[in-house]
Write a protein that binds this ligand. Sequence first.
Ligand code: UDP
Ligand code: MG
Length: 333
Amino acid sequence: MKNTLSIVIPCYNEEPVIKETLCQIETLVNDIKNEFSLNTEVILVNDGSTDRTFEILLESVKKFPFLRIVNFARNFGHQIAVTAGMDASHGDAVVLMDADLQDPPQVVLQMIKKWKDEHYDVVYATRTRRPGETIFKKVSAQLFYRTLNSLSDTPIPLDTGDFRLMSRRVVEVLNASPEKDRFIRGMVSWAGFKQVSLPYQRSERFAGETHYPLKKMLALAFTGIMSFSTKPLRLASLLGFCASLFAFVGLFYALSIKLFTDTWISGWTSLILAILFLGGVQLLCIGILGEYVGRIYMNSKDRPLYLVEGFYGYDNKGPHFSRSPVGLEDVRN
Ligand code: UDP
Ligand code: MG
């Protein structure tokens, strides 16, 4: 059964680009219909934009029959917005892409081909070029993907963002995963099934600015590492072990000087060094532990992943949800 497709697009303050994106998406939807006879729904998740993004989307609902809007009560972040889009999707496959046209819409056609003809469950787009991005972003991204991979227990493809196509069964796996610290690309790798990479050239942002400043990038990188690896905990043990070894050797050294020589001086340098070193290692280890404990705490609170203000562009009672978001009752009644 391969009749329908959902395209999920998270939007946060995308006023300068959103109209152009919708026009290009309309062309894409038509191409998909002509080439593959698939009916497409496009789910735009408005992630608490503070500019006119939502107004523009509302106006566009009448113009584009394929358009559905999930409007968040506030900004919940990119990964959560994508999750909500997947929750609300019905397609036999779901495509995730950004609103800023950095992911060229025409690549989606190649993804569909791989899914329809070669029966892949996941087609993820791997970046071969990232024009228009700062050297810092490129280098930090390179470093991040490689560090993550060496730490993660699940291999996660290098230089691959969330631009991808997933079959319904993979989406169901994600929708059934209740974890709050979501690192979607890692979760998809973890799910397995038949996956393939599709190389593509990332375009420049059509307009506007990135909403992933250093702080958010670091937060995502942290989530990626913490959600997919317990190796930092092992690092804590390793550091502790090394520090003890060091202290042990130092002890023998000090004892031998005291017992066999008469050059013993009561200096405090070595003492203060040892205290500082051990104190540092201990704090670091507590910090690492704290990261995991904090995450357990956040997950145990069991708050909803996101709050929806309303659904727009649905002709009946709103979408069928695999996970019921809070706020849904308002639209259903
Ligand atoms: N985005 C979002 N919520 C946020 C930040 C970003 O929904 O809090 C969306 C944004 O509108 C875009 C996508 O996530 O569609 C990727 O963001 P951006 O282009 O700013 O990141 P970059 O491509 O620079 O990594
Ligand atoms: Mg972007």
